[in-house]
Design a protein around this ligand. Structure first.
Ligand SMILES: [Zn+2]
Length: 212
């Protein structure tokens, strides 16, 4: 791939590649699960993310604001927490669930113990955007580490419906954001780095002249 390809184009090509690769996947026991989970834990350690292996999530919170409670969680969920931590504005990391509130899978509409961010705190980073970025980055970690079931996760997280233009040739803004912040290469390889600033890396996508 050319070094001067735009991030918009790179995001589109990556999305198309993923769809091709994921086609025909049928859910089965992933033999790589245990090995990938171990690698995921090693990534948490390298990144300085604290976790407790024997503490299950409480009240639906995998991230307590201090450590990841990963007792009983599968590799996909551990990698999702890693991705959340990477994408999160630094200050949000001290909130349970990164201040995003309960996940949709919990089905509870209530404040997190320890506090939620107020809507005015979100600025350009809406909870939905944060969730989508973490979802895609986590999926790219799964794929990178050889977890075959990443193809299931991409469907489970509803990406095919979330991006109406999925097959229409349009850029994928979440990928553009991840590439721009340096958390994902234009080839789709995740980078073990952390977002360090509140706003700096984020701009509305659509600058067609931007190169990498
Ligand atoms: Zn999440």
């Amino acid at each position: 791939m050319s070094k001067y390809i735009s991030l918009e184009l790179a995001s589109r090509q990556l999305a198309d590649r993923l769809l091709d690769e994921a086609e025909g996947y049928s859910l089965k026991k992933d033999k790589a699960e245990a090995g990938v989970r171990k690698k995921a834990l090693s990534l948490l350690r390298k990144t300085g993310i604290r976790y407790r292996e024997k503490t299950p999530p409480t009240v639906g919170a995998n991230w307590t604001g201090t450590f990841a409670a990963i007792g009983g969680l599968e590799a996909t969920d551990v990698l999702h927490e890693l991705a959340h931590y990477q994408c999160s504005p630094p200050k949000w990391r001290r909130y349970p669930e990164f201040g995003l509130g309960m996940g949709p899978d919990v089905g509870l509409d209530q404040a997190m113990p320890g506090g939620n961010l107020r809507e005015s705190d979100y600025g350009t980073d809406s909870p939905t955007e944060e969730e989508e970025r973490a979802s895609l980055l986590g999926i790219m970690w799964e794929r990178h580490l050889g977890l075959e079931s990443w193809a299931h996760t991409i469907e489970y997280h509803n990406w095919i419906n979330l991006i109406p233009a999925w097959s229409g040739g349009d850029p994928v803004p979440q990928f553009v954001w991840l590439m721009r912040t340096g958390l994902l290469t234009t080839e789709g390889e995740p980078v073990l780095a952390l977002r360090t600033k509140r706003k700096a890396p984020y701009r509305e996508w659509g600058n067609k002249n931007e190169t990498v």
